[in-house]
Structures are given as structure tokens and as C-alpha cells.
Design a protein around this ligand. Structure first.
Ligand code: DQA
Length: 145
């Protein structure tokens, strides 16, 4: 049986491709998800990608992932900088969670320098654009095996 990986894309990431392309690049979310699925399949992982604009939905997905998945890749987007609820949900589950950001958050506005979620994640990838998701899939494969 293939190990399963859940990818959660947070708020406004459904707009990738047209949203501030100078910061986030021109790849759309469906294209990124296709590339994630391809890399995951090469690594023998079964992957499910979800996007939501809602904080509580991310909490629900993380809680459920503990039972259904072996690892999570999470871009909490703006909730990275505000959400104690998502941080607590990550801390509450025992599977690895890899945080990912397309942009390099520590070289942007000061309010983006703090990630409330990164300290409870296994690791964080930031600043490699859409390619960062593929690095995250590789990291997840290493952690699962
Ligand atoms: C982001 C960075 C966040 O600061 C921002 O709110 C996002 C996207 C990134 O992927 O670079 O929505 O998580």
C-alpha cells in the first residue's frame, strides 16, 4: 500500500498565477498540484491536495490527517503569521508536517518574518517558488521511509 501525503494550500493560494506574480510566480495551483502528484508518484507516495481559505478547515484537515496520512505539506499562507489554532493543531498531531512558502518570508515585510507555525513543524522550505513544493515532497518521502 502506498503511503499517503496530504498537501494543504491555505488562503488566497487558489489565486496563484494571477496573484502578485512578481512575488509568487506565474504557476497556477492546478499546475503546481499536477507537478506535486507527478513527483509523489515517482517516489511511491499517494498524494491528496486541498486548498481552503478557512482557518478552521485547516485545523480539521490536520486533525484528520493524523489518522489517514503519513505526512503533511502545509502552506498556511497568511495564517502562518496569525494562527495559534493552526499551530496548536500541528503540535497536537504526531505525523511530520512540512511548512512551505513560495516566497522567502524572512526577506519580506516585518509582519511576515514571524511564523507561529514553523516552530512546531518538522521543517520549513521558503523562497524557492513553486519548486519548493517538489522539495517538500522529497523531504516528506525521506521522513516517511
Ligand atoms: C506565503 C507567504 C505568506 O506571507 C502570504 O500571506 C501568503 C503566501 C508564501 O507562500 O509565500 O499568502 O505563504
Amino acid at each position: 500500500m502506498k503511503a499517503s501525503l496530504l498537501v494543504i494550500h491555505g488562503p488566497n493560494l487558489n489565486l496563484l498565477g494571477s496573484r502578485e506574480p512578481e512575488i509568487y510566480g506565474t504557476s497556477t495551483l492546478p499546475l503546481i498540484n499536477e507537478q506535486i502528484s507527478k513527483r509523489a508518484s515517482q517516489l511511491g507516495l499517494d498524494v491528496h491536495c486541498v486548498q481552503t481559505n478557512h482557518e478552521g478547515k485547516i485545523v480539521d484537515l490536520l486533525q484528520k490527517a493524523e489518522h489517514d496520512c503519513k505526512a503533511v505539506i502545509l502552506n498556511p499562507a497568511a495564517y502562518t503569521h496569525t494562527s495559534i489554532a493552526i499551530r496548536d493543531a500541528i503540535a497536537a498531531i504526531s505525523i511530520p508536517v512540512i511548512e512551505i512558502h513560495l516566497s522567502q518570508i524572512s526577506k519580506r515585510e516585518p509582519f511576515r518574518h514571524t511564523s507561529l507555525t514553523a516552530p512546531v513543524c518538522t521543517g520549513m522550505i521558503s523562497g524557492f517558488g513553486a519548486h519548493g513544493y517538489l522539495l517538500a515532497v522529497e523531504a516528506a518521502a525521506l521522513l516517511i521511509k
